[in-house]
Write a protein that binds this ligand. Structure first.
Ligand SMILES: *Cc1c(COP(=O)(O)O)cnc(C)c1O
Length: 407
């Protein structure tokens, strides 16, 4: 890092947290499209193999374009957080091919057969299936509970010594339920459990889980961090730098979960405007939530920024703003919901979220198709629920599109 005085805002951090490593003095981090790196001499090659810097040997093990994105994301998650001894928090990030790859590294590097993971019942569909369909086969058990009920969390942790990791997703997909990171982490730490947080919906601009003592933060960088819908990616971040450089890195490298230079470059581009984009996403989302909430054709709106949302207080406590994701039900259930989605003229029908434009999807038939109906309903994912990622278009146009599609 070049700067010596403490930066006061995350746009400065996003723009200045990595030293563009390049011999040609390129201003912008280059795309290092190379599968391997040369050794000036046999001796130096041997030294690199023996040494700390494992990244400049082979492209699956690391690449300067990945490093730039990793350093930037680590700096954003650590921004303004101090250790108990007054020094700034240091974090290590590993950039992966996808969120799912980063999640696999998280679970495989922290758990082994016989261990269990405790998580919440409203979860990203891919995480839920990875836990219950893949890790289950590897002998890793998943216990699903309502992590908003801290008494229940403590009871379960006490009764199940096999639990090694508590995985929190907040706000959670697609119900926008929020989990009190500080409260759950405090209980988990009392029993010496690891805690990971999926911070994808919030981004480090709105929520910094490391403030509350968690061990890992995860992002699907596909969403708000890239922000433009141009690449799939995932990142795992931890304050246990030694663990990240050894155990987590080993799993990533051996499972082949590495990113690629072009996607890492696109991610770097997106990170630079995170604050600008999020401010607009958030102010638009608030207006859309208020519009839907008072609209006679809408039955229910799940948005953590509405005082009627059950987790409004938690969201307000731990987030700078409740974000740009919401879900809602149109009066008349599934058929009415489908009609509404089909009538949209500007907003886009697609899964994914966190892109510049407004996206709408139908969890029951799309992202949560792999979850049984019984489980879905338990999560609050009804047949008519529509998920909305509010974009940065001009708010009048978003509202006009919704109004005409609801009429
Ligand atoms: C998209 C997403 C993932 C999975 O990430 P991919 O990049 O699609 O592999 C995990 N968690 C959340 C909350 C997501 O939105």
């Amino acid at each position: 890092m070049k700067h010596v005085f403490p930066l006061t805002g995350i746009s400065s951090v996003a723009l200045h947290s990595t030293r563009a490593e390049n011999a040609e003095y390129a201003h912008i981090t280059p795309i290092y499209a190379t599968s391997t790196f040369t050794f000036p001499s046999a001796e130096e090659g041997m030294e690199r193999f023996a040494g700390e810097d494992k990244s400049r040997i082979y492209g699956r093990w690391g690449n300067p374009t990945f490093t730039a994105a990793e350093e930037t994301i680590a700096a954003l998650e650590a921004f303004g957080i101090m250790n108990s001894n007054g020094t700034p928090l240091q974090l290590k990030a590993l950039l992966h091919a996808s969120g799912q790859a980063a999640m696999t590294t998280l679970f495989m590097s922290t758990l082994k057969a016989g261990d269990a993971v405790l998580s919440h019942y409203s979860l990203y569909g891919g995480t839920y299936e990875l836990l219950l369909k893949v890790l289950q086969n590897a002998g890793i058990e998943t216990i699903i509970a309502d992590l908003r009920d801290t008494t229940q969390v403590e009871d379960i942790i006490k009764k199940n010594p096999a639990i090694k990791l508590v995985h929190i997703e907040t706000p959670a997909n697609p119900t926008i339920q929020c989990i009190d990171i500080a409260a759950v982490t405090q209980i988990a730490k009392q029993y010496h459990k690891l805690v990971s947080v999926d911070n994808t919906f919030a981004t480090p601009y709105l929520q910094q889980p490391f403030k509350f003592g968690v061990d890992f933060v995860f992002h699907s960088t596909t969403k708000f961090l890239n922000g433009h819908g141009t690449a799939i990616g995932g990142v795992l971040i931890s304050k246990d730098i030694e663990f990240m450089q050894t155990n987590a890195w080993k799993w990533q490298v051996l499972l082949g979960g590495n990113s690629n230079p072009f996607d890492a470059f696109l991610l770097m581009n997106g990170l630079k405007t995170l604050e600008l984009r999020m401010d607009r996403h958030c102010s638009n989302a608030k207006a859309v939530a208020e519009f839907l909430d008072q609209h006679p054709a809408i039955e229910k709106v799940n948005y953590a920024g509405l005082s009627t949302h059950p987790d409004y207080a938690i969201a307000t406590k731990q987030m700078k703003h409740p974000g740009a994701l919401m879900s809602f039900e149109v009066n008349g259930g599934l058929e009415a919901g489908k009609q509404f989605i089909d009538k949209l003229q500007m907003c886009v029908r697609a899964i994914s979220l966190g892109t510049l434009d407004t996206l709408l999807s139908h969890p029951a038939s799309m992202s949560h198709r792999g979850v049984s109906k019984e489980e879905r309903l338990k999560f609050g994912i009804t047949d008519g629920l529509i998920r909305l990622s509010v974009g940065i278009e001009n708010i009048t146009d978003i509202l006009n599109d919704f109004e005409q599609a609801l009429s």
